[in-house]
Design a protein around this ligand. Structure first.
Ligand code: FES
Length: 193
């Protein structure tokens, strides 16, 4: 069953049960995934703007890595979130959220100042880092026991796929960031894995 999900203000086709990270990667949307979706890097963190009830419950991995404060604000991991309903879901990835926050600092919108735009970016950076440091090393040890040492040391399960998606996402991102016009076409919806 094909459903719709909105990631970084773009509507995308998705399959029921599909993970948000997979949808974002297939559509070259701006998201991080250093560990290739193994629940180890938190680079895929996203803020659920609406439709949380259309998603699965937060997993043990998310409780391991994300603070309760952060989760209460709507943050989850894209590689752990799966689409469980056909209702509307809107998500903003942390990578894109920070890009926009940085953009507001470098090019303040009319009526705003650099210093006031700096605050949300610094708060976000602090929260992300505290989330890791404050839980260290319990987060890593818990993940090691769950996944096994080998997966923690070498989490990338498909290097070619990871590199290919990284290049596609970067190319689209550069097209957006340099103001050269519409971003490159998204690839056709296929390979929902
Ligand atoms: S991709 Fe690394 S935690 Fe989700």
């Amino acid at each position: 069953m094909v459903i719709k999900v909105e990631i970084n203000d773009e509507v995308m086709d998705a399959q029921l049960g599909e993970r948000v990270l997979a949808v974002a990667r297939r559509n070259a949307s701006h998201i991080g995934f250093y560990c290739d979706g193994n629940g180890l890097c938190t680079m895929c963190e996203c803020k659920v703007l609406s439709g949380a009830d259309q998603l699965n419950e937060p997993t043990e991995t998310e409780h391991t890595w994300l603070t309760e404060e952060r989760m209460a604000e709507g943050y989850r991991l894209g590689c752990q979130m799966s689409l469980r309903g056909a209702g509307s879901v809107r998500v903003l990835t942390r990578a894109e959220e920070m890009r926009r926050q940085l953009d507001a600092v470098l090019s303040p919108p009319p009526g705003t100042t650099v210093s006031e735009n700096m605050r949300p970016l610094l708060a976000n950076i602090a929260a992300v880092n505290w989330q890791h440091i404050g839980r260290w090393p319990a987060n890593l040890l818990t993940s090691m026991s769950r996944l096994g040492l080998f997966t923690v040391l070498w989490p990338v399960t498909d290097l070619n796929h990871l590199l290919d998606d990284t290049v596609r996402i970067t190319r689209r991102l550069l097209a957006v960031s340099d103001g050269s016009g519409a971003p490159e076409e998204r690839p056709a919806a296929s390979d929902p894995a």
